[in-house]
Design a binder for this molecule. Sequence first.
Ligand code: PLP
Length: 390
Amino acid sequence: MIYLDNAATTKVRKEVVEAMMPYIESNYGNPSSVYRIGRENKEAIEVARDKVAEILNAKASEIYFTSCGTEADNWAIKGIAEAYKKKGNHIITSKIEHHAVLDACKYLEKNGYEVTYVDVDEDGVVKLDELKKAIKDTTTLITIMYANNEVGTVQPISEIADIAMENGIKFHTDAVQAVGHLKIDVVEQKIDALSISAHKFNGPKGVGVLYLKRGIGISKYLHGGAQERNKRAGTENVAYIVGLAKALELAEKEREEEYEKISNLRDYFIKSIEEKIDHVKLNGHREKRLPGNVNFSFRFIEGESILLMLDMEDIAASSGSACASGSLDPSHVLLSLGLNHETAHGSIRFSLGRFSTKEEVDKVLEVLPKIIERLRGMSPLYDNYLQEEK
Ligand code: PLP
C-alpha cells in the first residue's frame, strides 16, 4: 500500500520495536519495586527521560511521561490555568488548534475561565497583532500550536513566546506535529510547556511527553501513586517510554537529512499537482510548512469521494484531521483560513514520512488526475461551472 497519512500516525521503526521488546517480553518488574528487575525498569525510564530532555534542551526534572499528546495538552492547559487562577482567568489560543487544545479550552470556559480564540491569516499563520490586542491583565496562558496537523503551517513560535514573556504570561505549545521533524530548543525559544506524541515520529501510539518548565507549580494530574515525581500516578508504561525515547533519538539524529529529503519530495508533489490538475488550491503556507504536508482543495468535488477512490488504488490519505474524520462538518481549520464550505469539503491531505518514496508519489500523480476528472465528470457543480464559462 502507499501510505501517505503520516500526520495521522506513522509506522513504528524496527529499531524502536527492538528497543521496546525486552520490556514487553522479559523485563516485567514494576519500576516502583526495590528488587533488581524493578530497579532496572526505573533506570530505563530515567535514561529515556534524560534523552528526551537533552534533545529538547530541557532538564530531566522538566519531563513528564503521559499516555498521549492529548493528555499532555489537557494537563498543560488545565494545569497552568488552575495554577495561576489567583492572577487571572483568561487564556488565549488560536482558531486552528487541535481538538485536544480547543476542547480543553471549552471545558475551562464552562468552569469560569474566559478564552480568546485568535484568528489566522489565509495561510494559517496566527495574527500576531490580534494576539497582542487580546492580552489582558487577567491573561495567564497563551497556547498556540507549533505546526498545524491539517495544513502544515508552522507558527512564529519564538515571536509568540517573546510576546508571552514580555507580558508575564506562560506559553504552551502543542508540538505534536513538529517534534522529530523540526529543531526545538525550549530554552532558546522560551517555551514554558510543550506537548509531544511518539506516534508522529515513528514511535509507538499511546505515549507522550509534557515538558513543563521548572517553577510552574501545576497540580497532580492523576491521583494515586507517587510516579512521575508525584504528579501523575499510575505504573509507568516502560516499554512505550523506552520506545518514545528511542524514536526521538533516531529522528533527531537524522532530522536535517530527513527534512531535506521529505521536503524536496513534498515540493515536487505540490508542483506536479498544480501542473497536472486545474482548479486546485494549496492550503497552508507555501514555505513555512511541515516537511511532509501536502494539502489541496480540488474544486467542485468531495474529499471523501477522492479518498474512497484513492483507497481502491490502495493509497491512504486523509480528508482532514484523523480525529475529525467520521464527521461530515468541514474542517474548522480550513474554514478559519477563509475557505468556503464547498472548497473545504473538497480537500485532501497527503502527509509524507520517512518511508515515503518518489515512486509512491509518482504513482499517486498517475492516478489522481484520472480520479479528479472522473469525479468532476459526475459533479453538478462542475457542470454548472462549465455552463457559466460558455
Ligand atoms: N495535537 C496535534 C497537533 C495532533 O496532530 C494530534 C494528533 O493527531 C494530537 C494533538 C493528539 O495526539 P495523540 O494522538 O497522541 O493524543
